[in-house]
Design a protein around this ligand. Structure first.
Ligand code: SF4
Length: 643
């Protein structure tokens, strides 16, 4: 037994209601670490290609990392993976909060679930003892009610509950998993996979603290965070919503289904407005405590808690508050400048269990279809879902969660809805069937590249963005970027081989975060609280792997990306899926500093080709070569794929 991990992986067979415990050795943890690399190991080894993502043969995997449960900033995260019902490819989503640390304290590093129960159940793990419980009485209830009832039933008021919500029960393709009523494993539809298995929730509680190799070194790193915190600027105090107004000012705030980068209502929905008007406890002098929530062991406290007590839309603070992405998706994406309506949609997503980004993207797409005359109000059950109509947006959110009327079609996501109606494809903002996050690839060119090649669809937290590697903007991050071999910053709007190398190496760093289950605001290669050298120190102190270095860190991240690409290759995916929405290439943005800007098809294609070359992926298929799997120590994957 090594340090940091329990060595216990819980196997749950829902069809036969059988619970077993599997043990892995030190070599396994050093190679796969945790998070989605560990999950992909099981998904590749134990599942066949082509399974129905909403059928019993899909495997649903929950994994922490070797440092989860350590009381230091940014270490309590959980990765959930399965075949995605939204993309049909490797599904992957992360969340923070207290559930991940509590899972480790309950005695397990990971849970692997297969099969389907013949009636609703939930799983509890209390102090090392897993048990399945009846959940018929919980089916159809809001996440808040379900969390309270489960805590009461297991006799642990502080137990952590992760659940699929009503949207997951109804198999909404972008259903999320929710813990603490406010933290979401949002992307890729993991909530629908859990709902398809008739599993409503997982509840964990325990006292088993992981043993670490060097407690004093960890304490020193933890103390150092206090002096490093100012690196985050407004992020710590105002959270991610603080970035919205800057995006509008630079013409990079996705507006009206990505038709523009400027939103005339940006001031009304920005992070400062949220702080002033709706932050819980703002009237008192303790707003830091009530309005700023956190994850286990983290002193950043970036999470918002909002409350709207009166007016047309009241918002219950038990469901937390929005990130920038949610403000943008229900605000500027949909042309809505009523902040209370935007935070109401965020509340409904946490109440029902839905991804705010895919939902907002789907609504914005439907709005453009109505505006352009492709869909009629009649087709949308009489709801006038136009840009700026907050009432219509809120009504449709509930219909989608319940799969009521036209909500049944929109619950498929925008791309499948376009296929259903046979129209509107030219307005889609999807990559690999997933709606685009609020960072515009028109301007951040490496976002276009990584959105295209990323195995689980477009994702804004899969690499470092262009501004930190810009000539003139590099200096504040120079020491950290140099330590991962990035020494030659480039002009902002370039997408040359060095810029591709920057995107790829930082992608591997972020991928390492998602393997160890680390928070990407705290641990990263540039502006973050901790940099690459701190990451190496933490890994050595936690695990006792005294020869762990930056190259091993990057290789772990690269291995995870390649495991996911292998999963996709088994599903028949190739280079054809590596693209960005056609709309971003053919239609220039309207207004503001980015008026007329669009993605250059040839420039993007050249960057994708260069990425394949640098990554060791086949230039024709776009999939990793046998040699690459061997270099990464996962030659068994090549065998699995019959190479
Ligand atoms: S920075 Fe924010 S999201 Fe990350 S661990 Fe800390 S509180 Fe959680």
């Amino acid at each position: 037994m090594g340090y940091g991990y329990t060595g216990n992986i819980l196997r749950v067979d829902l069809t036969n209601e059988k619970l077993t415990v599997e043990h892995q050795d030190e070599n396994f943890y050093r190679k796969y670490g945790g998070g989605s690399a560990l999950n992909m190991y099981y998904l590749l080894k134990e599942m066949k290609g082509g399974v129905d993502p909403l059928g019993p043969d899909n495997l649903l995997c929950f994994s922490t990392g070797v440092t989860t449960g350590i009381a230091a900033p940014g270490l309590s995260r959980l990765v959930v993976s399965a075949k995605s019902p939204l993309t049909g490819l490797a599904g992957d989503s992360q969340s923070g909060g207290f559930f991940p640390a509590e899972l480790k304290f309950s005695g397990f590093d990971a849970i692997i679930i297969k099969g389907k129960a013949d009636r609703p159940l939930y799983l509890s793990i209390i102090n090392g003892t897993p048990k399945l419980h009846e959940a018929v009485h919980l089916w159809g209830k809001d996440t808040g009610e379900v969390e309270s009832e489960i805590q009461k039933e297991v006799g642990e008021p502080k137990a952590m509950v992760l659940q699929c919500g009503i949207a997951g029960e109804k198999l909404v393709r972008f259903a999320a998993l929710i813990s603490m009523r406010s933290r979401a494993n949002a992307r890729n539809g993991m909530g629908a996979v859990m709902g398809s298995k008739n599993l409503r929730a997982i509840c964990v509680r325990g006292k088993q603290r992981p043993e670490v190799f060097d407690k004093e070194a960890i304490k020193a790193l933890s103390r150092e965070s206090a002096e490093l915190l100012p690196r985050l600027g407004g992020l710590a105090k105002y959270g991610t919503p603080s970035s919205l107004i800057g995006k509008h000012d630079t013409g990079t705030l996705p507006t009206r289904n990505f038709n523009s980068g400027v939103f005339e209502g940006a001031n009304a929905i920005n992070g400062m407005q949220l702080w002033n008007d709706y932050l819980k406890g703002r009237e008192s002098d303790n707003q830091n405590k009530e309005g700023r929530a956190t994850c286990y062991g983290c002193n950043v406290r970036c999470k918002r808690v909002v409350e709207v007590k009166e007016g047309k839309y009241t918002v219950d603070p038990q469901y937390g508050g929005p990130e920038y992405e949610s403000l943008a998706s229900f605000g500027s994406y949909c042309g809505v400048d009523d902040l209370s309506a935007v935070v109401k949609c965020n509340e409904l997503c946490n109440r029902y269990g839905m991804d705010t980004l895919s939902l907002g993207g789907t609504l914005a797409w439907a709005m453009e279809c109505i505006e352009e005359g492709l869909l009629t109000v009649d087709q949308l059950d009489g709801i006038d879902l136009r840009f700026g109509n907050a009432d219509a947006m809120i009504e449709m959110v509930t219909k989608i969660a319940q799969r009521d009327g036209v909500g049944d079609i929109l619950a498929l996501g925008s791309e499948r809805a376009a296929d259903h109606w046979g129209k509107g494809h030219e307005y889609l903002t999807t990559t690999k069937k997933q709606e685009t996050p609020g960072h515009m690839p028109h301007i951040k060119l490496t976002c276009g590249l990584i959105y295209a090649v990323n195995p689980f669809g477009c994702d804004h937290q899969s690499h470092e963005h262009d501004p930190v590697y810009e000539e003139g903007g590099y200096e504040p991050y120079e020491d950290r970027l140099t330590s991962i071999g990035l020494t030659t910053p480039q002009p902002y709007m370039s997408l040359n081989p060095e810029k591709v190398r920057f995107a790829r190496r930082t992608q591997y760093f972020y991928s390492f975060d998602d393997t160890m289950s680390w928070c990407q605001f705290v641990w990263g290669p540039a502006w973050h609280v901790y940099g690459p050298d701190h990451a190496v120190k933490m890994m050595r102190a936690a695990s006792g792997w005294e020869d762990f270095d930056i190259e091993e860190l990057l290789t772990i991240g690269e291995r995870r990306v390649n495991l996911m690409r292998a999963f996709n290759a088994r599903e028949g995916a190739d280079y054809k899926l590596d693209t960005v929405p056609e709309k971003f290439i053919t239609k220039g943005l309207k207004g503001g500093p980015t008026d007329g800007v669009k993605i250059d098809r040839e420039q993007l294609q050249a960057a994708i080709t260069e990425y394949y070359l640098q990554a060791g992926w086949d230039s024709e298929s776009g999939n990793p070569t046998k040699k690459t799997y061997e270099r990464l120590g996962i030659e068994w994957v090549a065998e699995e794929l019959g190479m």
